[in-house]
Design a protein around this ligand. Sequence first.
Ligand code: NAD
Length: 312
Amino acid sequence: MKKDKILVIGACGQIGVELTLALRKMYGDANVLASDLREEHELLKGTGPYVSLDVMNKEMLHVLVIRHNITQIYLLAAILSATGEKNPLLAWHINMQSLLNVLDIAKEENIDKVYWPSSIAVFGPNSPMMETPQHTIIEPTTIYGISKFAGERWCEYYNHRYGVDVRSLRYPGLISYKSAPGGGTTDYAVEIFHEAKERQEYTSFLSEDTYLPMMYMPDAIRATIELMEADASKITVRSAYNLSGMSFSPKEIAAEIKKHIPDFTISYEPDYRQQIADGWPNSMDDSRARADWGWKHEYDLAKMTADMLQNI
Ligand code: NAD
């Protein structure tokens, strides 16, 4: 077991629950302190220490970091893309201030490593849609994407200027069955499995041919941990790495589900989220992550669909 003491902020969200459980396996239950605004998630109860924390309260966060001798921080608290569009100023405020609080405390307290996720939402309609490169036109049009892009620049700044070892991934849409998604544009790819099992039908809020980069949660958790475990000398991108698993459309995932549930039907009623999705890449080039720290995805659409339907 390693001696690190880890703080996970936003531990009760879609990623936080699974990441906290994975980190507890690696570092020991007592060494991973989970925190969130919400009540402790059912799946975390009894698995390790938990505190209630509002990451916007910098003083409280600072005290917590000192009191628990924290050496690594994973910041997962955020307002996601679809929710962000409903209250842009709030999304900007929370997404930026939470990161600045963490980066600044990491600098003050010489925290060993910080993890903060970015997103494919940093790209916009002027970015190349197919196999979007690591470095290209970045003109996000959602407030979520704008906050992620600004966050990436702050991460690189804190690394270059103050030596904070902060690492980041541009996650694609994440698909999981353990904890519910939190208001993103790719949430349809989780909902569809629940509806397929319960009602054998689903109405998609994205049109049938909307391709988006996606990833199954076990791959995302492994990518996060592999990035954080990599030797610092291998990390050549201090903003955020492109990360890719698979790319599919609502029509394609429906066809895959039909192989398991022949009666399943899908219909399409695109809403405001269609416009968000239309500005995002169809697929991502993550060759830099693969070259720098050996990233390799495991799950494709068929393997993920079989696993989701078995576990829901
Ligand atoms: P989520 O909404 O499911 O979870 C976020 C958690 O943060 C929630 O439990 C919420 O209660 C908590 N939180 C919110 N405000 C807080 C505050 N002020 N103090 C403490 N906790 C607070 O989100 P997620 O899907 O788990 O995403 C985690 C991170 O990954 C976010 O930065 C998100 O932008 C990024 N990301 C997610 C996806 C995805 O598909 N899920 C894709 C790309 C990037």
